[in-house]
Ligand binder design. Structure first.
Ligand code: PLP
Length: 423
């Protein structure tokens, strides 16, 4: 079983040395954005010092900028299992999804159907709902409120021969449920529709293989996987070539540039490459632990090292989630939303949502925040879900989101603080 070297991992992230009131800060706010390794900070600074320029100029810093951008596309391609020209960069997932929905909207005819879900972040809802302006009919697949899983029978019912697009999240940023994306894509394709996957929440928690999933589009946000604030969109080459983006005339028609409007955040792209190199090193160290050697530096081995890292991260996080959820459900007055049985943890990330009787989620987050434990309260834009669960009028839920740099000791600190407040 591969394992993570937690001491080495934590030493990579300077922010983990933060203290609040003399105690180490506990970052359980990962689903809102993760901390970055030192090498990401160095890459951003290095870009701004040595390469800061616009693109395609006939001088050194511009050439370095072109190389920085190319490297970021190649690194993302290794993370996702695709080709570099199938990766589009943008400011964030929301903006990229609006950009894509507008372009797909150019092909929408009145009466065409789009299938969405109640589990999703609003960034995978409102950009598609906006296509009602073009006559699209929006259909929404329900959830099973008992365990906050997608109701796959309802999803099947919603997909018809008129469906043009099925947009589903890889995992819920509120309750952690992982959806069967390969099956969603198969259902979409059987109906002749496209599949759009929001992998923003899933990306830091497990390996992604867009070819194996066969999805048409997949979006993620590097700032959720240890990189700076940026957004990325994978699209199958055939779609990125065929669809008609809103773009400026002098901008290239080549992929992926035809989808990347204006000047990009080059320093963030340098940081994205560094974050993926961090994951590569996690993977190489993991395979070293198990005795296998994976020291090559070819692109193929970068992909296999990233995949090894994400498998090890997933296994480690499952252990943490088990400890967290076991402790949470024993707290008197606590309502737990989502999958709780360890044997089903393959269907969830270590992101959990709870309420505790007698306290609003905001009060709980403040109580924890004062003790240096960072969590979120509210709906985190998963507004359909918080409405469906009936918690929206009462402050939503408290969200505790673990990532691989969190520890069992941090989980213990959270549990004892929550036990104290529940008394
Ligand atoms: C599941 C999910 N989708 C989409 C988004 C939006 O991402 P961005 O901030 O990059 O627009 C978020 C952000 O929290 C998210 O968690």
């Amino acid at each position: 079983m591969p394992s993570l070297d937690l001491a080495w991992i934590r030493a990579q992230f300077p922010a983990l040395a933060e203290t609040v009131g003399g105690r180490p800060a506990v970052f359980f706010d990962g689903p809102g954005g993760t901390q970055v390794p030192q090498r990401v900070i160095d890459a951003i600074t290095g870009y701004l010092v040595h390469s800061n320029s616009n693109t395609h100029g006939a001088f050194a810093t511009s050439e370095r900028t072109d190389a920085t951008i190319a490297a970021a596309h190649a690194a993302m391609a290794d993370l996702l299992g695709c080709d570099a020209d199938e990766v589009v960069f943008g400011p964030n997932m929301t903006s990229l999804t609006f950009m894509l929905s507008r372009s797909i909207g150019r092909e929408i005819q009145p009466g065409d159907e789009i299938v969405l879900t109640r589990l999703d972040h609003d960034a995978n809802f409102s950009p598609w709902k906006a296509l009602e302006e073009r006559g699209a009919v929006i259909k929404v697949a329900d959830i099973d409120v008992e365990d906050c899983t997608l109701d796959m029978d309802d999803l099947r019912r919603q997909i018809t021969h008129r469906t043009k697009l099925v947009a589903v999240g890889y995992a819920s940023n509120a309750v952690g449920t992982i959806n069967d994306i390969a099956e969603v894509t198969r259902l979409a394709h059987n109906a002749g529709a496209l599949s759009f996957i929001d992998a923003v929440h899933y990306a830091p928690h497990g390996p992604i293989d867009v070819r194996a999933l066969d999805c048409d589009f997949l979006a993620c946000s590097p700032y959720k996987f240890f990189a700076p604030h940026a957004g990325t969109l994978y699209g199958k080459r055939e779609h990125l070539q065929r669809l008609n983006p809103y773009k400026l005339r002098p901008a290239t028609e080549e992929l992926p540039g035809r989808w990347m409007t204006g000047t990009q955040n080059h320093e963030a792209m340098a940081g994205v490459t560094a974050a993926i190199e961090y994951l590569v090193e996690v993977g190489r160290r993991t395979t070293d632990v198990s005795g296998a050697s994976n020291q090559g530096s070819s692109v193929a081995s970068r992909r296999s090292s990233v995949v090894a890292a994400m498998h090890a991260i997933r296994d480690y996080e499952r252990g943490l989630a088990e400890k967290l959820i076991k402790g949470l459900v024993e707290i008197p007055g606590l309502t737990f939303y989502g999958i709780r049985e360890p044997e089903r943890f393959g269907q969830r990330t270590p992101t959990v949502a709870v309420r505790i009787k007698g306290h609003t989620p905001r009060q709980l987050a403040e109580f924890l925040g004062e003790r240096g434990i960072f969590t979120w309260d509210g709906n985190y834009y998963a507004i359909n879900l918080s409405e469906r669960l009936g918690v929206e009028p009462n402050g939503g839920m408290l969200r505790i989101g673990l990532v691989h740099y969190n520890t069992a000791e941090e989980v213990d600190r959270l549990l004892s603080a929550l036990r104290e407040t529940a008394r």
